[in-house]
Design a protein around this ligand. Structure first.
Ligand code: NAD
Ligand code: UDP
Length: 309
């Protein structure tokens, strides 16, 4: 049994991670400021004697005695991280410094939830971990992309300078139950639009690609990475099955039996044109690859959204 701190534990991925860690018999401290997270996501764990909920903002120092820290606190959808861009950078940078300080003090292992956004609009396809990326430092996505890049730098510097035991995972687009219906991401938008019979809004011409990973697969990969005795990463975690956003919209219409029409809206600036993880390293070092196919994962996600509305 370990005592584990999960920052951002009331969010979409964090809530699944907390559940899995509790099921494994660990003690979990879920720390969240509820900016995008919700008590609904973690309500069912509140009675568990091994679960503790703390309302706290990671841009402020936090003290606890823990063995592992999963640092997930940070808004992840473009509308949410752009809502208060300066706060987003503070969360990635000051929050990372605070969590690394905590890890250093109590000799905890710390895993950072980094992102495929560190590759920006990639010129290398699929993206491997040794690709340095193509990121606009002054655009509307920069608060998130550059914040996460700086967080990776901090992780590496605390590792080199202070021997902090680090793990870095680069998460690619993930979906599943507990996604916030209002977060504006493509999966939640398309499913809700399809279920309500509203127009499905494609930004741009729909030729941009993404690769979607079901949340259970992702959480398995994160835990494997945390428990690996020596491999620090960075490692890509995502599902390499790539599709265009237009094909994705058609798939959602089919799986929901919807009569919705597809409409086109302007593409937001710096929207990456293609994204697909090369997961060779994860397979080799962690023995990990995704197991859930897109239809199966989407049907579970559709059920979740049906219950919500
Ligand atoms: P989410 O928005 O659902 O969860 C983020 C959680 O962090 C929320 O509960 C929010 O309230 C909390 N939070 C935000 N700022 C905070 C702060 N300053 N202090 C304390 N708590 C704070 O997003 P998610 O999809 O669950 O993403 C979790 C992590 O994974 C994020 O760090 C995100 O960057 C990373 N990630 C997610 C994806 C994805 O596809 N979902 C892809 C790449 C990376
Ligand atoms: N997108 C879209 N319609 C929507 C929401 C998003 O066409 O209602 C597009 C968006 O422009 C991007 C892709 O879908 O090309 C994925 O967007 P999301 O916000 O989910 O994540 P991103 O990978 O861009 O961070």
């Amino acid at each position: 049994m370990k005592r584990i701190l999960v920052t951002g534990g009331a969010g979409f991925i964090g809530s699944h991670l907390c559940r899995r860690l509790l099921e494994m018999g660990n003690e979990v401290i879920c720390l969240d400021n509820f900016f995008t997270g919700s008590k609904r996501n973690i309500y069912s764990y509140l009675e568990n004697k091994n679960f503790e909920l703390v309302r706290h903002d990671i841009t402020k120092e936090y003290f606890a005695e823990v063995d592992y820290i999963y640092n997930l606190a940070c808004p992840a959808s473009p509308p949410h991280y752009q809502y208060n861009a300066i706060k987003t950078i503070k969360t990635s940078v000051l929050g990372m410094i605070n969590m690394l300080g905590l890890a250093k003090r109590c000799k905890a292992r710390i895993l950072q939830a980094s992102t495929s956004e560190v590759y920006g609009d990639p010129k290398v396809h699929p993206q491997r971990e040794d690709y340095w990326g193509n990121v606009n430092p002054i655009g509307i996505r920069s608060c998130y992309d550059e914040g996460k890049r700086c967080a990776e730098t901090l992780m590496m510097d605390y590792y080199r300078q202070n021997n902090v035991d680090i793990r870095i995972v680069r998460i690619f687009n993930t979906y599943g139950p507990n996604m916030d219906p209002d977060d504006g991401r493509v999966v939640s938008n398309f499913i809700l639009q399809a279920l309500k019979g509203e127009d499905i809004t494609i930004y741009g011409d729909g030729s941009q690609t993404r690769s979607f990973c079901y949340v259970d697969d992702l959480v398995t990969g994160m835990i494997k990475m945390m428990e690996n005795p020596s491999f620090i990463g960075p490692v890509n975690l995502g599902n390499p099955s790539e599709r265009t956003i237009l094909d994705f919209a058609k798939l959602i219409i089919e799986l929901t039996n919807s009569k919705s029409n597809i409409i086109y809206k302007p593409l937001p600036s710096d929207d990456p044109t293609q994204r697909k993880p090369d997961i060779t390293l994860a397979k080799e070092k962690l023995g990990w690859e995704p197991k859930v196919n897109i239809e199966e994962g989407l049907l579970k996600t559709i059920e979740y959204f049906k219950e919500l509305i």
